[in-house]
Design a protein around this ligand. Structure first.
Ligand SMILES: C[S@@+](CC[C@H](N)C(=O)[O-])C[C@H]1O[C@@H](n2cnc3c(N)ncnc32)[C@H](O)[C@@H]1O
Length: 209
């Protein structure tokens, strides 16, 4: 019974859906606040920036970005329909004003032309990608020259302790994420680490196109 619940929760984290998925998205906004704050701080947003968040879930990082009043446009991409529904409701005024576009889609095939964004951020999503290098290549393609990518993730140890790698989550060491970005051509690669009571230690790896 416990293992079935665990498997259900793991599956919902990767693709929230239905009533439990919508509840989970709200809970994630609270539990992942520290990780999203760290990602936000690394974005260094400037007036007129165009920003993409991949896997926005309950929309807390999008809300933080929009509240600065700085970006020209913000786009959220998530493949879970319920993430779009929950976040559209939460941030309807930005959607209405045209500052925020929410789009359903897969990180492996970003549905955008080349060199569209000044920043791309993604938090707690890396574990679900079948091929992280493909996603980073896509990020490189849609970033403007000198645009930045910000990737925030739990440690591999934390995922193992929580029994999530056993449920198919892919855990990465910092050096592996940095190597992926380096091989694609990102520069000024740096990782910042922090910890809190919800997520233990976590990392935020950043690179410049
Ligand atoms: C664990 S939730 C994290 C949500 C939020 N970023 C946070 O930190 O609270 C993962 C989110 O990424 C989305 N996701 C996972 N893989 C994806 C992919 N390949 N393409 C688009 N969205 C994806 C899921 O639908 C879900 O909303």
């Amino acid at each position: 019974m416990v293992s079935k619940l665990h498997a259900f929760l793991a599956q919902q984290l990767g693709h929230p859906s239905g009533i439990w998925g919508r509840l989970l998205l709200r809970l994630l906004n609270r539990e992942n606040a520290g990780m999203n704050r760290l990602a936000f701080e690394q974005l260094a947003i400037r007036q007129g920036d165009r920003i993409l968040e991949i896997g926005f879930g309950g929309g807390s990082l999008l809300a933080r970005i929009l509240a600065t009043g700085l970006p020209k446009t913000v786009v959220g991409l998530d493949y879970a329909e319920d993430a779009l529904t929950v976040t559209q409701r939460k941030l309807w005024r930005y959607v209405h004003s045209g500052q925020l576009t929410l789009q359903q889609g897969n990180a492996s095939h970003l549905p955008f032309p080349d060199q569209q964004f000044d920043h791309i951020c993604t938090v707690n999503t890396l574990y679900f990608w079948p091929d992280a290098q493909t996603v980073f290549q896509e990020c490189y393609r849609v970033l403007t020259p000198s645009g930045t990518v910000v990737v925030c993730y739990n440690t591999k140890d934390f995922l193992e302790q929580q029994g999530l790698t056993q449920q198919g989550f892919k855990g990465y060491e910092v050096k592996t994420v940095e190597k992926f970005l380096d091989e694609i051509g990102f520069q000024s690669i740096e990782t910042f680490s922090r910890q809190d009571s919800s997520n233990g230690q976590y990392h935020c790896t950043c690179g410049k196109r």
